[in-house]
Design a binder for this molecule. Structure first.
Ligand code: ZN
Length: 434
């Protein structure tokens, strides 16, 4: 018998403990409508571009081939000369990570962590990224941000948090970690299968949408963590390398993060067991170029290079492993958005993806890896209205993705003419007080 809560749940049933929670409250604004017409549409279904006129109603896409007169009150957006795409997805972010050279007490400060995340969320949104998977952040911060974005109280992409990163004592992210080290608060060191299970439950209790684990771990530890996460209905994303990937794949993790060395056998198992990959090539390019290599890390003790990383992606592509886009822009690298995101897509192109396939990785396939493909990732009637309008033809020139004109999240224009649209606050009138 399969122990996974998801198998007992029709995703169309709105229940309170849906592990694939859509972080949106019930829509109180059903009358809101947008019509995007006159442009090209990359709908993310098959990588093709077609003509179309998209009508949104409330927070959902109502029609992708609308003709006739729009309902009264519809805002008509002329998208001539532009391409409409599904909102982009970034599967690997750390919203609260500190920037370099900040004092330890500021790096750990929850107020600072929240403000750092708020600044980053604007960069993501203005880059056309409407969903992010947070792969480890400080304590409650990503969970609260998820709620506040869903309630339109702060601007940002949808946040799907993992909570704390779980690793073995002294493992990735916890190298030499002391209570005063900057990573404190976003890492959960665990030791032994029982404690790994407990660490998963702690993130579940906070409201995690996914569990993030990192090497090192024993076979018994990763088996326990994956069993616990799946039983709770959560997927597992895993930062690992070498034989740890074999262990993770055999344990049944759902996604392997990063382009780190792995055996052909592991790649074959990933393909045959439908285990996805988020290669995150861009942070390694930055590290190799800026720092010359990995230092002060016990979890990156192997030889690799930018070319080796690309080769891992090529091997996974040949084997038929599904891949999505993640940028893992730690430190102050978020300031390189949208360039960094586009460069990740160009790296996919270097590994043999067509431009259309790279865009599918950024949309449909990333939504599948997020376990949200029933609501996100393509432009189809009934899905959530997360749309971007890009001047140009990004399916022919990926660099056109830098020309973000409009971003729509939940059927609401959040970026207009390339920058944040902040509606005036909704004031409560004194007369309404009893
Ligand atoms: Zn990361």
């Amino acid at each position: 018998m399969v122990c996974d809560r998801r198998t007992w749940l029709d995703p169309d049933t709105p229940v309170s403990d849906d592990p694939r929670r859509v972080p949106i409250p019930p829509d109180g604004d059903e009358g809101r409508a947008l019509l995007l017409r006159g442009g090209r549409v990359f709908d993310g279904v098959d990588g093709e571009v077609r003509e179309g006129a998209i009508l949104t109603w409330g927070r959902e896409i109502a029609d992708v081939n609308f003709s006739g007169d729009p309902p009264p009150g519809t805002e008509v957006v002329d998208v001539q000369g532009a391409t409409v795409l599904p909102g982009l997805i970034d599967l690997h972010t750390h919203l609260t990570y500190h920037e370099p050279h900040v004092p330890v007490e500021r790096a750990q400060c929850i107020a600072d962590a929240t403000l750092r995340a708020l600044e980053r969320m604007r960069f993501f949104l203005e880059s056309g990224i409407t969903s992010v998977r947070d792969a480890g952040s400080h304590r409650a911060v990503p969970f609260r941000l998820k709620e506040w974005v869903a309630q339109d109280r702060v601007p940002g992409p949808r946040v799907f948090p993992a909570g704390q990163l779980i690793t073995g004592t002294g493992g990735h992210g916890a190298e030499g970690l002391s209570p005063l080290a900057p990573a404190h608060g976003k890492i959960r060191e665990a030791s032994g299968p029982h404690d790994w299970r407990e660490a998963v439950r702690e993130q579940f209790k906070m409201g995690a949408d996914v569990i993030k684990v990192a090497s090192h771990f024993s076979k018994e530890e990763i088996d326990a963590a994956v069993d616990e996460a799946h039983t709770l209905g959560l997927r597992v994303m895993c930062d690992a390398e070498t034989f740890y990937i074999d262990r993770a794949v055999r344990a049944g993790v759902d996604v392997i993060e990063h382009p780190l060395p792995r055996t052909d056998e592991a790649i074959e198992l990933m393909a045959s067991r439908d285990i996805s990959a988020v290669p995150t090539l861009i942070p390694y390019l930055i590290i190799f170029r800026r720092l010359g290599g990995y230092f002060h890390s016990t979890s990156r003790r192997f030889s690799f290079s930018a070319e080796d990383n690309l080769e891992v992606v090529r091997r996974m592509r040949r084997a038929g492993v599904r891949m999505g886009i993640g940028t893992d822009l730690v430190m102050d690298w978020f300031r390189m958005l949208p360039d960094a995101y586009i460069t990740e897509l160009e790296q996919f192109a270097c590994a043999g993806f067509s431009r259309g396939e790279a865009l599918l990785a950024a949309t449909r396939h990333s939504a599948e890896i997020l376990d949200m493909d029933h609501r996100l990732g393509t432009i189809e009637a009934g899905k959530l209205a997360d749309l971007i309008v890009v001047t140009g033809e990004p399916d022919r020139n990926l660099r056109d993705l830098a020309q973000i004109d409009t971003v729509i999240r939940d059927g609401r224009i959040v970026i207009r003419d390339g920058s944040l649209e902040e509606p005036r606050h909704q004031a409560v009138h004194m007369d309404d007080l009893q």
